[in-house]
Design a protein around this ligand. Structure first.
Ligand SMILES: Cc1cc2nc3c(=O)[nH]c(=O)nc-3n(C[C@H](O)[C@H](O)[C@H](O)COP(=O)(O)OP(=O)(O)OC[C@H]3O[C@@H](n4cnc5c(N)ncnc54)[C@H](O)[C@@H]3O)c2cc1C
Length: 322
């Protein structure tokens, strides 16, 4: 195991450790600098802050998708509160005229408590989003939830045309899942996959996964289904020279209006800007809220060099002049 892998594993454990999280929350001397480091990756702690960040990204030519951060809610009151907050997000996007969709984890609005609760809450949100002319993207979670999430997406698609779904290239099952969701309306977002998963069901990071992503991306792009290519991988996206996606789109004269490139806020934004400058539709995934501890650890774990940036960001708050 390389030192980067070891650091990544430790960070993933820190991310999930409730005691460490509680300690951070109780100690402003830790909370404030870590929040400062997290701000690179999030839209803020409140919806008001997030709307301002969204507006600024829109002005730079990026669409956004706003996610009120949270997952694996085990208390139905919290699932209902999250649903209400997402309604406020939809209202803010509509009234502030933002170029934004919403993104959510079904487990934030009740999946772990009762799949029917998640479905009912998702219906409320899909309907509100539809009335406001917005798209609602469903994120994909750990492998134990994949089938359930796809089932709920299928049910939602019987009533709504504005509900998209995320597929993870690292799962062996995804080629089949892709064929199924291509039959449904709604955008398909292709990601590599962020959750820990055993090799029986998923490919580890590396050449085999990258090849899988390329094949699925080809299938998705050439299907002409509305899609989001959601990766920061320069081998797949780098426009200088423009590699796979761009070549394919040009060769096959695919309509650019149904394709977008999407990246996480604070990650490889110069690559997204390069795609925007090539005339592609681009979108920034913009999470906000107080559950940033897990999100920050995951961003550092998936790319350990980000730790240096996080240290600089955190330190600038207190004792380093910029
Ligand atoms: C819009 C969007 C939505 C997503 N939704 C989901 C979801 O619903 N479920 C899910 O499991 N995962 C989701 N992910 C996360 C995804 O699965 C990957 O974990 C993440 O995008 C990193 O993979 P990558 O494709 O960028 O490739 P990687 O192989 O991880 O990275 C390729 C290269 O991209 C750059 N890079 C990658 N990550 C970083 C970083 N944090 N900081 C700086 N540079 C970086 C580096 O140059 C790296 O070498 C989402 C990602 C995006 C962009």
């Amino acid at each position: 195991m390389t030192i980067e892998h070891e650091v990544a594993e430790i960070l993933k454990q820190i991310a999930l450790n409730e005691e460490i999280k509680a300690y951070v929350l109780q100690h402003p001397s830790l909370y404030q600098p870590l929040l400062h480091a997290a701000r690179r990756f999030i839209g803020g702690e409140t919806l008001i802050e997030c709307v301002e960040t969204a507006r600024s990204l829109n002005q730079q030519g990026f669409a956004v998708t706003i996610d009120y951060m949270g997952e694996s809610t085990r208390d139905s009151d919290i699932a209902q509160q999250a649903t209400q907050e997402f309604l406020r997000v939809i209202d803010a996007i509509a009234t502030q005229n933002l170029d934004s969709s919403i993104s959510l984890d079904l487990s934030h609005i009740g999946l772990v408590i009762d799949p029917e609760l998640a479905y009912q809450n998702a219906c409320i949100l899909a309907e509100a989003a539809e009335s406001a002319g917005l798209e609602m993207m469903i994120s994909m979670e750990g492998v134990d939830r994949t089938s359930l999430i796809l089932e709920i997406h299928q049910r939602l698609c019987k009533t709504f045309n504005n509900v998209g779904i995320t597929l993870q290239a690292y799962l062996h099952r995804t080629a089949d899942d892709l064929e199924a969701v291509l039959q449904r309306p709604g955008k398909i977002r292709l990601v590599k996959g962020a959750y820990v998963a055993p090799t029986e069901v998923a490919k580890p990071r590396g050449a085999e996964l990258d090849e899988s992503y390329r094949q699925l991306m080809e299938r998705l792009l050439t299907s002409r289904h509305p899609c989001s290519i959601a990766t920061h991988d320069p081998a797949l996206l780098d426009p200088l020279p423009l590699e796979h996606a761009h070549r394919l789109i040009q060769d096959q004269k695919l309509a650019q209006s149904s394709i977008e490139f999407e990246m996480l806020k604070g990650v490889a934004q110069e690559r997204l800007a390069a795609m925007r400058n090539q005339g592609y539709r681009t979108r920034v995934y913009l999470p906000y809220g107080q559950e940033w501890h897990l999100y920050l650890c995951n961003r550092l774990a998936e790319y350990p060099p980000n730790i240096y940036q996080a240290i600089v960001d955190a330190a600038k708050l207190n004792f380093v002049s910029s």
